[in-house]
Design a binder for this molecule. Structure first.
Ligand code: GAR
Length: 204
């Protein structure tokens, strides 16, 4: 197998998707290694767990920076020091500037708790229930400057049940997030897919 890609996971909170990525990356044949977990919140619960696993962790507190670009330049420096080649956003709740996104074009993934392009933004489960949709889900996509857009790598759908609340529906979606995010990372890190326009296609 070719060398494993060095991946940073960016989080802001709980970090359950981070955990699924770290656990999947333990497999010897997984094409990526998690070389850094970085949070914009020093108190993110996910940081504690990652540190316990022996993964290098860093906190770059956005509140101490004058602006978004200064914050991002600090993150960029941290990524360079750790020789990071790809980024997985996993519940990272900061909007990124076109400059930062440009540095990582085709090398930065995000997971979103909805079937994009439906339900960009926040409160996706509440909005799906309000609309009465029967199918909901999750999407892993490449990050582009526009928020919650970009070529889709994988999606998983779940049924919406009559007695669902945002919490029960969200939990069903989250279970699928934990399945498709490691799969999507393996596809990209393993060079199994290529971006063609707005589509992600299997490499011939
Ligand atoms: C996940 O459901 C993820 O899809 C969502 O935040 C949650 C983070 O949970 N991301 C977004 O809404 C980004 N637009 P986690 O910290 O347990 O992975």
């Amino acid at each position: 197998m070719t060398r494993k890609k060095r991946v940073a996971i960016l989080i802001s909170g709980r970090g359950s998707n981070m955990r699924s990525l770290i656990e999947a990356a333990r497999a010897v044949d997984f094409p990526a290694e998690i070389a850094l977990v970085l949070s914009n919140r020093p108190d993110a619960a996910g940081l504690v767990w990652a540190r316990e696993q022996g993964i290098p962790v860093a906190a770059v507190d956005h509140k101490i920076y004058a602006g978004r670009e200064e914050f991002e330049r600090s993150i960029q420096k941290m990524l360079e020091i750790n020789r990071i080649e790809m980024i997985c956003l996993a519940g990272f709740m900061r909007v990124l500037t076109p400059w930062f996104v440009g540095q990582w074009q085709g090398r930065m993934l995000n997971i979103h708790p909805a079937l994009l392009p439906a339900y960009r933004g926040l409160h996706t489960h509440e909005r799906a229930l309000e609309d009465g949709v029967k199918i909901h889900g999750a999407t892993v996509h490449f990050v582009v400057p526009e928020m919650d857009a970009g070529p889709i790598i994988l999606q998983a759908s779940v049924p919406v049940l009559d007695d669902d609340t945002p919490d029960t529906l969200g939990a069903r979606v989250l279970d699928q997030e934990h399945v498709i995010y490691p799969q999507a990372l393996a596809l990209v890190a393993g060079d199994k897919v290529a971006i063609k326009g707005n589509r992600v296609l299997a490499r011939a």
